[in-house]
Design a protein around this ligand. Structure first.
Ligand code: AMP
Ligand code: MG
Length: 444
């Protein structure tokens, strides 16, 4: 049996960063920038007003606080336009937020500091008044946003290697760039195996069960920024499995589920051994012990393959632990650690006589600045609803047989969802837990 760290290290040693591609901005969300983005101009490009009001010469407003000063209104300026005259002594220009400060003016007096009644007139109805009274002395530069105060021409605004979040995407748009070079998203082939499996939507039959793994795993692939390529179900025959695996070699990563344990029909092992370079491991984790990992070669490319266990919880957990880091590495990300927090166990958690790290599904909530962890009911690796209710996995070392309520444990957060989504999943009698989850304040 090998440790999670060792298994992950081996997997990652076979995973390479993918090449870059050009993406329209919004499509690049979550991808890693492959080239610096710079601005070719200052942002903002011109001195402009931060307020609606009047552009004036500050010196003209001297003493206005004691004795209002009347100025001539020589025009009006909205954002996006420039004023072609100069503001001479005694003059003012009515001006809207974002409009460039006219030549001659060096301060903006907001409407609130003039005698102009603060009300929006229907457009086209209001006539520009010939005069305005300034009620307060303006400082030079008041309410003016300076050219280049955000970014300077030539400056790198988002460096290569940055994971693009909505804020970076906004900044890149603000420098006029519509598409970016980013590390490509991995295409991840997802294949389920087993004679017992039916596609959701097919008619139910006797002892057969619906394929959940392909769907949960493909959804994880999408959540982590990859492109799932759903190959459907392969029957437990050498021919069908071989054919489907070959289809999957068009992808960057191949994920299969089931057929890696010790049963008679676990032919995935046989096919993989023949078609690729494959290892079967037992990993010291519960759930998710049997795991296959290997590589196929096709057209000069190396396609890593992770063979997940068949049980639905094991498949998801093993994907979280091994598939997600592999995908993130392909995407050029350097940090795939999950947030790990210390939480107080709210119930007994038993892991007696098991030499594996116990990744129990649990709900982590926050109350008064402390985290609490409650296991989400029965922990059998076939009980997928235990995963549905969970937002975290416990990290209980093999040496610990029993965790008592009140003891501190480590938990790995899968997400930080707040109460709304969870409330409806909780069993009756857990109202207080539901209320507590609703108060969860943490975010990643
Ligand atoms: P196996 O690894 O083939 O022995 O499968 C272990 C368990 O997982 C069996 O109970 C299978 O029926 C179940 N299983 C395998 N694949 C899937 C799947 N795609 N969806 C749901 N359950 C599955
Ligand atoms: Mg099977």
């Amino acid at each position: 049996m090998i440790s999670i760290e060792e298994a992950l290290g081996r997997i990652l040693s076979y995973v390479d960063v993918l090449p870059a591609e050009q993406q329209p901005l919004v499509d690049a969300l979550g991808q890693v920038l492959a080239a610096d983005v710079s601005s070719s101009f200052d942002i903002p490009p011109l001195d402009n007003t931060a307020m609606d009001g009047y552009a004036v010469r500050a010196e003209d407003t001297a003493g206005a606080t004691e004795d209002p000063v009347q100025l001539r209104v020589i025009g009006e300026l909205a954002a996006g336009y420039t004023f072609d005259r100069t503001v001479e002594p005694g003059a003012a220009v009515r001006i809207m937020t974002g409009a460039p400060v006219p030549a001659g003016a060096d301060a903006i007096v907001p409407f609130e500091e003039t005698d102009e009644p603060f009300q929006a007139a229907p457009s086209g109805v209001r006539r520009l008044a010939a005069e305005v009274k300034v009620l307060k002395t303006a400082e030079t530069g008041a309410n003016i946003r300076r050219a280049g105060e955000d970014l300077r021409a030539g400056q790198v605004v988002v460096p290569k290697g940055t994971v693009l979040r909505p804020s970076e995407i906004g900044v890149i748009a603000s420098v006029g760039t519509a598409a970016v070079k980013v590390i490509r998203r991995p295409v991840v082939a997802v294949l389920s195996t087993g004679d017992e499996l039916l596609e959701p939507g097919e008619r139910r039959a006797g002892a057969r069960i619906y394929d959940s793994n392909a769907h949960s795993v493909s959804a994880l692939v999408r959540r982590y920024g990859g492109v799932p390529m759903m190959l459907g179900i392969a029957k437990d025959t050498v021919e069908e499995l071989t054919a489907k695996i070959h289809e999957g070699l068009a992808a960057d990563l191949l994920i299969t589920s089931a057929g890696v344990s010790r049963g008679d029909y676990d032919i995935v092992k046989d096919v993989l051994t023949r078609e690729g370079e494959i290892d079967f491991w037992t990993v010291a984790m519960k759930p998710g012990k049997p795991l296959a990992f290997g590589c196929f070669q096709k057209d000069g490319r190396r396609i890593p393959h992770i063979g997940l266990p068949g049980n639905p919880v094991s498949a998801m957990v093993a994907f979280e632990i091994f598939g997600r880091p592999a995908m993130l590495k392909m995407m050029g990300k350097s940090d795939w650690r999950r947030p790990i927090v210390r939480a107080i166990a709210e119930e007994h958690i038993v892991n007696r006589n098991d030499p594996r790290l116990f990744l129990a599904r649990c709900i982590v909530t926050e109350r008064d600045g402390r985290y609490y962890a409650s296991p989400t009911g029965a922990q059998g690796s076939g009980i997928l609803t235990s995963m549905m209710r969970a937002n975290a996995l416990t990290l209980i070392p093999a040496e610990i047989d029993v965790v008592e309520p009140g003891e501190e444990i480590q938990v790995m957060m899968l997400d930080w969802s707040r109460g709304e989504e969870w409330g409806s999943y909780l069993a009756e009698g857990q109202d207080s837990a539901a209320a507590a989850i609703g108060e969860t304040a943490a975010s990643p």
